[in-house]
Design a protein around this ligand. Structure first.
Ligand code: S3P
Length: 178
């Protein structure tokens, strides 16, 4: 397929703006925008929080893997990936085989602010949300760093971030063999 049709996968911690930015980038590219959490919820007829409660996190991670393997078109998509999608062993390689990966990044203080009042993330339904976020962020930071080009989403206008992501995507897609 021509490089310009290569899928783009946005990864990164919760609250880094994957959906907001992904939607705008998809619009600019004329691609479909897909959010892995939303797609899994639609297919399951249940919210992510219920899947975690009823089937457990491990089962949800398998749903994420299946979604990346076979659950979406293999070209012309921008996929906002749930924050933990890239964490299990082998997932990064799987994503790389499917397209270009860009990692959205923000400092932990910003992530705490952005996620403080949201109620749809099962991993954050704990008494000490802030320490949970710091712990998860520290555990995952190294993994995210290995995924691909990092784009900072803190303290910059949305338009500028979208332009940056588009520039990285176009450069990498031009050199991609996918
Ligand atoms: C998760 C992130 C969430 C969602 C689930 C688990 C994680 O997605 O997939 O609650 O493990 O970081 P967002 O990154 O879109 O919040």
């Amino acid at each position: 397929m021509p490089p310009a049709d290569t899928n783009l996968y946005l990864v990164g911690f919760m609250g880094t703006g994957k959906s907001t930015i992904g939607r705008q980038v998809a619009k600019q590219l004329g691609f479909a925008f897909l959010d892995s959490d939303h797609e899994i919820e639609q297919a399951q007829g249940r919210a992510v929080a219920r899947i975690f409660a009823e089937d457990g996190e491990a089962r949800f991670r398998e749903m994420e893997r299946a979604y990346i393997e076979t659950g979406h078109p293999d070209q012309k998509c921008v996929v906002a990936c749930g924050g933990g999608l890239v964490v299990p062993p082998g997932r990064l390689e799987l994503l790389r085989s499917r397209g270009i990966i860009i990692c959205l990044h923000a400092p932990i203080e910003t992530i705490i602010q952005r996620t403080m009042h949201a109620s749809h993330r099962p991993l954050l339904e704990v008494a000490e949300r802030e320490s949970r976020l710091r712990e998860l962020f520290a555990q995952r930071e190294e993994i995210y760093r290995r995924t691909g080009t990092m784009v900072l989403t803190d303290g910059r206008p949305l338009r500028e971030i979208v332009t940056h992501v588009l520039r990285v995507y176009r450069q990498e897609a031009a050199h991609s063999k996918k």
